[in-house]
Design a binder for this molecule. Structure first.
Ligand code: APR
Length: 230
């Protein structure tokens, strides 16, 4: 049975109103990574880091899945083989669209994590550096997201999925952040047919056999229709 692995990035949520990182005017043009998205930044100024993620959590709470998210959920429901979404996104739009088989390799805005004891619990809409961990009481509450310099989540499940994928697609990711940036190359070497969906040429485009240029809200539903018709 044909197994499909789908890597998604900020571009799939752009048409739901969530800003990407590296497009013109993106989040990394407005904030310095080293101020808001590293363990050092959190040690130095936790309030600033929380303010950044509180703003993103508020935006994500208002966002709705777009036709690209919905098409992937439809694919999972109807495809006879395995469909796995590996997302770099910290929003919950794949789940809101109805996808069940989703790995958040960069964590989720909806989660809180204790920096002291690793306990996890659902994040309130507004997190504060003074929030106490419900398990150990430490005032070291952080968003459960993976920062630069940290190891992504679910690597134990991602590696075998890439190795056994028959089709690997990347949607709306610029191919600048590893390890995800190398997944196309990895899957292709292991025999997968690789397809990239992006509005532009990305840093990883050369690793893909097929390219679908255009907005994910149009290209992804068209691809899912194609697959389900075969
Ligand atoms: N449809 C398809 N692709 C799009 C669309 C769209 N509507 N809009 C933008 N894109 C593409 C852009 O051309 C770009 O290649 O989406 C990509 C977004 O790239 P980035 O902003 O770099 O986002 P991403 O690749 O997900 O970033 C990876 O970097 O900062 C970290 O942890 C953060 O998970 C994030 C990681």
């Amino acid at each position: 049975m044909t197994s499909i692995v789908i890597l998604t990035g900020a571009g799939i949520s752009a048409e739901s109103g969530l800003g990407t990182f590296r497009d013109e005017g993106g989040l990394w043009a407005q904030h310095r990574i080293e101020d808001v998205a590293t363990p050092d930044a959190f040690d130095r100024d936790p309030a600033r880091v929380h303010a950044f993620y509180n703003a993103r959590r508020a935006q994500a709470a208002e966002a709705r899945p777009n036709p690209a998210h919905l098409a992937l959920a439809r694919l999972e429901a109807k495809w006879p083989g395995d469909v796995l979404v590996i997302t770099q996104n910290v929003d919950g739009l794949h789940e809101a669209a109805g996808s069940n088989n989703v790995l958040h390799m960069h964590g989720e805005l909806s989660g809180a994590l204790c920096h002291a004891c690793d306990h996890r619990w659902p994040a309130p809409l507004v997190m504060d550096a003074q929030d106490a961990c419900p398990a150990c009481g430490a005032r070291a509450t952080r968003p459960d997201v993976v920062w630069f310099g940290e190891i992504p989540y679910h690597m134990d499940r991602i590696d075998p999925a890439l190795s056994s994928a028959d089709i690997f697609v990347a949607i709306g990711t610029s191919g600048n952040v590893f390890p995800a940036a190398a997944y196309g190359q990895h899957a292709r070497r292991m025999g997968a047919h690789t397809i990239e969906f992006n509005t532009e040429i990305s840093s990883a485009s050369r690793d893909f056999a097929d390219h679908r240029r255009g907005r994910a809200s149009e290209t992804v539903p068209a691809w899912v229709d194609e697959l389900l018709a075969t």
